[in-house]
Ligand binder design. Sequence first.
Ligand SMILES: *Cc1c(COP(=O)(O)O)cnc(C)c1O
Length: 473
Amino acid sequence: MADYQTMLRQLPAVDRLLNEPATIHGTSGLPRRIVKEAVQEIIDNYRLFITEHQNEADKLASLDLSVNRLAERAANLAKKKAFSGFKPVINATGVVIHTNLGRAPLPHAAASAMEAAALNFNNLELNLDTGKRGSRQDHLEELICELTGAEAAAVFNNNAAAVFIVLNTLAKDGEVVVSRGELVEIGGSFRIPDIMAASGAALVEVGTTNKTYLKDYERVLNEQTRALLKVHTSNFQMVGFTAAASTGELAKLAHERGLPLIEDLGSGVLLDTAKYGLPLEPQVKESLLAGVDLVTFSGDKMLGGPQAGLVVGRKALIEKIKANQLARVIRVDKLSIAALLATLKLYYDEKRALSEIPVWRMLTFSKGYLGERAQSLKQKLAPVFGAENITLLPGISRVGGGAMPNAELPTMLVEIRVDSCRITAASLAARARQAEVPVIMRLKQQNLILDPRTIFAEQDDQLVESLQKAYNC
Ligand SMILES: *Cc1c(COP(=O)(O)O)cnc(C)c1O
């Protein structure tokens, strides 16, 4: 039995491993720097393993120190390093609009439109009727107005940018009044007070955290006031002793003083959620009907399209916003325009919107369908984990994306008990995240939880493969 120091001396030098045929063949075309890094890492790992297990003869004996074996490992690691990064994952969390997982998956129509826009020249800023220069905004405006009842519309990079440009255009160097109960932070970085500061508008907070009355707004209005702002507190809900001025009341007050009322809706819903058994979420057109002058919302939350920030409302205000020099800094790109246009077109026919926009399809799955999907997943996973370790049980999915924080969507969960001595549920979940197609799941003690609501049926086989590899490696 070789002692551990002899084994350490047996480990090849970096250059030797780099020049080994298995390394060279396995890494052709990869950047030298990455290959070198991988080779170094493999040697370090072996050195660490040998040192840590120096008193465990059986462990050391089972170690294959052949240069060829190390080279294979180094090549695999180099490939992993070179091709890792941004890629599709399977969302088994049941959170439909998951900001960490890229928010809304696009409808097929939007993906095709994006591809066509990507591979070809297009009339992004050419008016085909006149042959003269056109505006990229023109392609979307009519459709957005049609769907929301707005007079005019403009689209920017995302909703944070939309809020920024609205405030910068209408309230730079002036004051904007907002309720203390609406000073929200969304997703860790979008903070209304910070965005306002960056836009050059001074924030005037009114009311208290839980109660703000119309008279609180009235009291602070002065000649510096440029607008009233209402923010949809989309990612939390206040319960108990609360009061807020209604949109109608605020609009009346604003208009009496010749001021615009702005509303940041966040999610921006174009369908009547209550009709589909979902909690009430304010629709864009309802805000406009209630008298809001400008409404902003995201393209990739409940709209179900690409990242974008939409501003809809009064034509005179939208024209000013479009003319702001900073609009160029946050302009929407051609691929997003293509995807947004294709997504919005689906809303012409509500049935198509519900069946072809993944966000809406997932939000409106029937209990029966989710039950069948859970059953089918159980069957497919049984050969890996054993049918006796898989249980179906009723549970809850979430809307996510800062919409409907308290909404509980009933679902059927697939619960996998990981009682093997090989691995804990937590390390299995970690390995599943490292799979070629990663699977993102919830954990409950020694159980993995899969929610069929957010797993595309076409991904089932891939899901099983990723979990199997994670379990067996
Ligand atoms: C999500 C959200 C935003 C930020 O939108 P992005 O499109 O992510 O920039 C702003 N305001 C509210 C109320 C939101 O919910």
